[in-house]
Design a protein around this ligand. Structure first.
Ligand code: ZN
Length: 246
C-alpha cells in the first residue's frame, strides 16, 4: 500500500567509515603537517591553493579505492520502497555508487569541481586535479577552481532546503540519523524538537562531558543503536519497516 509517510535519513561520516573512508575528525586532525582546517577554509584556500588541491586529490584517490557498505545499500533499498529523502554531510559518492538518487549533499561533492569565477560546476569523478595547468572548461580560470565541497567559513546553500525538510516532518513521518554526533549540523536539536518517529545509529553515545546543545542524545530518539553502521542494518531495517508499513 502506498502512503504519504515521509522517511528522511540524515547521515554523516560514520556511514562511510565502515567502507574505510577516514573522517579526519579523530586522531591529531593533521594532514601532512597541515591542520585540516587550513586546507579547506574559504578565507585562506587561495594562499594554499596547490596544497588544497593535493589534499582533495588524495581524498578522491581514497574514494576510488572503497565501496558502499550494507548501510548505504539499505538506504537505497528504502528509497525504492518508500517516499524517502536522503540527506548527507558526506562528500563521497558511496550512496550514489549504491544506486541512490537525488541525494542532498549539504556539504558538497568530492567528485565535482566548481569555478568561483563563473559559477560553473562539473563532474571529474575520482580524477586528480592539476592545480598548475587544469582550467575551468567554461571560462578558462586557473585560480578560481576549487573542489565543490563546502569549506570552513563558506556558505552552505543546501542548508536552506535541509531545514525546510526537517521543519516539515509530521508525527507520522520517520527521521533516521546515522553516523553523526550533531557537532556540525545540530541534528540533535532537530530530533529533540520534531514529533515524528526517530531512530539513531552511531558507533557510541556522545560522552556526557563532550555533549553540547545540538548534539544527539538517546533520549531524543525512540530507538538508539550504538554499533557500527554496517552491523545495525537488520535491526534498523526492522524498525523503519514497522513505522513505514505499520
Ligand atoms: Zn569558470
Amino acid at each position: 500500500m502506498m502512503h504519504d509517510r515521509h522517511l528522511v535519513c540524515f547521515s554523516g561520516a560514520g556511514l562511510s567509515a565502515d567502507s574505510g573512508l577516514s573522517t579526519f575528525r579523530g586522531g591529531d586532525g593533521l594532514w601532512e603537517n597541515h591542520r585540516i582546517e587550513d586546507v579547506c577554509d574559504i578565507t585562506t584556500w587561495k594562499q594554499n591553493r596547490e596544497t588544497v588541491h593535493r589534499f582533495y586529490n588524495d581524498r578522491r584517490a581514497a574514494l576510488a579505492s572503497v565501496q558502499p557498505n550494507p548501510m548505504h545499500r539499505l538506504l537505497v533499498d528504502w528509497q525504492s520502497r518508500y517516499r524517502t529523502t536522503l540527506v548527507t554531510q558526506n562528500v563521497d559518492n558511496l550512496l550514489e555508487q549504491a544506486g541512490a538518487r537525488d541525494v542532498l549533499h549539504v556539504h558538497g561533492r568530492l567528485t565535482e569541481m566548481e569555478c568561483l569565477a563563473c559559477g560553473h560546476v562539473w563532474e571529474i569523478g575520482t580524477a586528480a586535479w592539476n592545480a598548475a595547468s587544469d582550467r575551468c572548461p567554461d571560462c578558462g580560470s586557473l585560480k578560481g577552481v576549487k573542489p565543490n565541497v563546502v569549506f570552513f567559513h563558506e556558505q552552505a546553500p543546501l542548508y536552506q532546503p535541509m531545514w525546510k525538510l526537517f521543519n516539515g516532518l509530521k508525527a507520522d513521518d520517520v527521521l533516521v540519523v546515522i553516523g553523526t554526533d550533531g557537532a556540525v549540523v545540530p541534528i540533535g536539536a532537530v530530533a529533540a524538537a520534531v514529533r515524528c518517529r526517530k531512530a539513531l545509529n552511531n558507533l557510541e553515545p556522545v560522552p556526557l562531558e563532550d555533549w553540547v546543545p545540538g548534539m544527539v542524545a538517546p533520549a531524543f530518539f525512540h530507538h538508539a543503536l550504538f554499533k557500527p553502521a554496517a552491523e545495525a542494518v537488520d535491526e534498523l531495517d526492522a524498525i523503519v519497516r514497522g513505522w513505514m508499513e505499520g
